[in-house]
Design a protein around this ligand. Structure first.
Ligand code: BG6
Length: 506
């Protein structure tokens, strides 16, 4: 293993937690020139190789619609995005295994060429017929590509080898299209060969929710409506939509983030203890809790959407959403979404779960805050500085956990104030924290499914989001605006104030 090579510069990046090494295999990367491939997938593949977690034979077959100098652009993506040092031997290993196939996704010739290239890397590099097809392309093309793979017979390998397909969210844009998509993909690949990536599930801090809840005695007895007042799940970004107009407009913040990332965080926070961490056991608990999840009130009371306007953010003038390149001036796509949900179970009935996400907010932060009830009685004269006990799981940045509780202010009087207890990954561990994509891609290559959402989770999430989106479609006037750098529209504050709550300002 990398860790045992003394004097090797990779020692600094070796990670004991990921000592599971993929066997002989390759990846067929549709959309190798795209934004996601460049920012996340290619750097993650390099980092895995750099840490000795990919076999030397590992090969990448890039698929693109137009000719491209693949070696140059892959190297550039790695240099820009890799978390580990760029080392010439690892770079050479990746580039040696790189092949390109060009063509149109609806052309049968493309799939014949992909098949020939797969056979070639099997013969020359020993990939053993094991391939993951990574569809880093718009969802509308998934059926075209999976059917193309099937008609060329590439979806099934020879006995003893495997074929898997990786699809990226959004898995559809509503329940009906998600079902269609699931049907078309599962018609070609058996369900245990379909890996849906929700990259939040690959984040260390997100997996740590399960450790926190189920490896400790302290929290679980309090994790219910008798003690929890409400829960806030936030994924805020300070950036705008950048050059992603084509993807983003018509999808919006709620479908882009709440339907997948935030509902998965809710499921992990609220689900019952699984009988094991096997994929089926985890999935069963997530499905149950999502099935019990409903809007906390009518769609009008339990949802808010808004768009960022132009203004000053961090000393810089930024354009409003409707002035961004490629966005129609009359667009009503949400760049901010907030919803209030309730979970009808004995554990959670009556506890609101508030979920919010937005672009161009105050700062980039993702967190889950569990806010506890006040004690029934406080025998202290001065409690002005006392808030509610709050456990904050900081997903990013400054990954860790904070617990806020009341303490006596030093001095002769009995004055109370909130203080915090802090756990920071950076202080507690010396291990390297792998990027979410590293963990997830390695799991795909190992055929390890617990971190990938399954059909029913996806459909249950759409059931919740469809109600909100349908209401918004019927009520265009519900769209609010917010200033860049702020924490969202006034309606979002009002939604919580109606229940006597207020958003945290992380
Ligand atoms: C993606 C969304 O899933 O997550 C993007 O499509 C968003 O809009 C991104 O910017 C944020 O990911 P992270 O890991 O930086 O929080």
């Amino acid at each position: 293993m990398v860790a045992s090579i003394s004097g090797n510069p990779l020692r600094a990046v070796a990670d004991r937690r990921l000592q599971r090494v993929a066997g002989p295999c390759g990846i067929v990367l549709f959309g190798i020139t795209g934004d996601l491939a460049n920012r996340k997938i290619l750097p993650a593949l390099y980092d895995l190789a750099n840490r000795g977690l990919l076999p030397p034979s590992f090969s990448i077959i890039g698929v693109a619609r137009r000719p491209v100098n693949a070696a140059r652009s892959v190297e550039a993506a790695i240099r820009k995005g890799a978390q580990t040092p760029v080392i010439s031997t690892t770079l050479a290993q990746i580039l040696d295994g790189l092949r390109m196939v060009e063509g149109q996704y609806n052309d049968p010739e493309l799939y014949r060429a992909i098949g020939a290239t797969m056979a070639d890397v099997d013969a020359t590099r020993g990939t053993g017929g094991n391939f993951a097809f990574y569809l880093s392309i718009p969802p509308s093309l998934f059926p075209v590509v999976t059917e193309g793979l099937a008609s060329a017979g590439l979806n099934r390998g020879a006995p003893g080898s495997w074929r898997r397909v990786v699809i990226e969210k959004p898995f559809g844009h509503d329940m009906a299209s998600a079902r269609e998509l699931n049907a078309s993909v599962s018609g070609v690949f058996p369900h245990d060969s379909v890996f849906r990536i929700d990259h939040y599930l690959g984040k260390e801090t997100v997996q740590n929710i399960l450790a926190l809840r189920f490896a400790n005695e302290l929290y679980e007895p309090l994790w219910n409506s008798s003690h929890v007042d409400h829960v806030q799940i936030t994924m805020a970004e300070d950036i705008g939509i950048g050059s992603r107009a084509g993807y983003y407009d018509g999808i919006g913040a709620t479908r882009d983030v709440i339907q997948n990332h935030l509902l998965q965080l809710l499921a992990l926070t609220a689900m019952e203890e699984p009988t094991s961490f096997h994929a089926d056991a985890l999935r069963a608990e997530k499905e149950k809790v999502l099935e019990a999840t409903h809007l906390f009130g009518s769609p009008a009371q339990a949802s808010v959407r808004a768009q960022y306007s132009s203004g000053w953010q961090g000393g810089q003038w930024v354009r409003g959403y409707r002035e961004e390149d490629g966005i129609p001036a009359e667009s009503i796509t949400d760049t901010y979404g907030a919803i209030a949900l309730g979970i009808e179970t004995r554990r959670w009935s009556g506890v609101p779960f508030y979920l919010r996400t937005g672009k161009r907010l105050g700062r980039r932060v993702s967190e889950i805050a569990v806010v506890f009830r006040n004690p029934p009685f406080l025998p202290f004269p001065d409690v002005a500085g006392l808030g509610q006990n709050t456990l904050v799981i900081r997903v990013q940045p400054n990954e860790g956990i904070t617990f806020k509780f009341g303490s006596k202010v030093p001095g002769s009087e009995m004055r109370l104030r909130d203080v915090t207890m802090d756990f920071a990954y950076g202080h507690a561990f010396t291990e390297y924290t792998p990027e979410a994509y590293e963990r997830l891609i390695l799991d795909v290559l190992l055929g390890d499914p617990p971190l990938f959402p399954q059909t029913r989770e996806v459909e249950e999430s759409w059931r919740i989001i469809d109600q909100v989106e349908n209401y918004w479609d019927a009520h265009p006037e519900s769209l609010e605006t917010y200033a860049p750098g702020s924490w969202g529209p006034a309606g979002a504050d009002a939604m919580l104030a109606a229940h006597g709550h207020a958003w945290r300002r992380p």
